[in-house]
Design a protein around this ligand. Structure first.
Ligand SMILES: Cc1ncc(CO)c(N)n1
Length: 237
């Protein structure tokens, strides 16, 4: 039986090139959904130290996501595309600030702690991958590298909603689970995947292949982001 994450049954449109990217990511997409960190987050058994580690690293990750989408905006010629990526960048910063205002108070860290945090190897590698793709890739490559970030989380949020139903108020990570099942993301996904597809159609076949590779790498980095939070990754030397 085909896994629910690869069916057509999503509440937003998945145009052909986005579908090709998803199919190319295949196993890594599922592995990211199935990671022990995600399982523990969903069933509420995740310890707060690991969650804190994740949130602090993620605050910095979202700043890099905002940088990547800002750079992409400068490379768009169509004013609607430009504005959409500017807004995506703004939203990432706003979400990041809200997250660490809320979780920071609860988990005991503030904006200075986030600013001074040493990035893990995996986080740094993922950020550099997005930023490098935004600077040096063609437009479709730049967008392909940032697409798994929202897509994987929205997919995960909706899958967990289907499996778990309503999140009980007593769930320690209710707020996180509620956030990524928000139906407002469906419109965001429609807009992003439509652009990914349109830029792919305008690109040459070699650029499309490279874009798919960059998409798959970002899915792998998503798995590695859960993993670095699960193991509390440190630099080996
Ligand atoms: C690492 C990572 N990927 C995706 C999202 C979704 O915004 C996030 N917050 N962090």
């Amino acid at each position: 039986m085909e896994s629910p994450t690869l069916t057509e049954n999503r509440p937003y449109t998945v145009p052909p090139f986005a579908k090709e990217c998803l199919e190319a990511a295949g196993e890594a997409w599922h592995a990211a959904h199935d990671h022990a960190f995600v399982q523990a987050l969903a069933d509420g058994s995740l310890d707060s130290d690991r969650f804190r580690f994740y949130q602090m690293q993620d605050a910095r990750y979202l700043e890099a996501f905002a940088d990547a989408t800002s750079i992409i905006s400068t490379r768009c010629t169509d004013p609607d595309d430009k504005l959409w990526f500017i807004e995506a960048a703004q939203m990432a910063v706003v979400v990041e600030q809200e997250l660490h205002a809320g979780y920071g108070e609860e988990l005991g860290y503030d904006a200075d702690d986030v600013a001074q945090l040493e990035l893990t190897p995996n986080n740094r590698a993922y950020q550099n991958h997005m930023i490098a793709s935004a600077h040096t890739g063609s437009l479709v490559e730049a967008v392909a590298a940032i697409t798994p970030c929202p897509w994987l989380y929205v997919d995960l949020g909706q899958q967990l909603e289907a499996e778990m139903g309503e999140v009980p108020e007593s769930h320690p990570y209710a707020e996180w689970l509620e956030m990524y099942r928000d139906p407002a993301f469906n419109e965001y996904m429609d807009h992003l995947l439509e652009r990914l597809h349109r830029f792919a159609v305008a690109a040459d076949p070699a650029a499309r292949e490279r874009a798919k590779e960059l998409f798959v790498l970002s899915v792998r980095y998503e798995w590695m982001f859960w993993d670095q939070s699960w193991t509390k990754q440190e630099w080996p030397v």
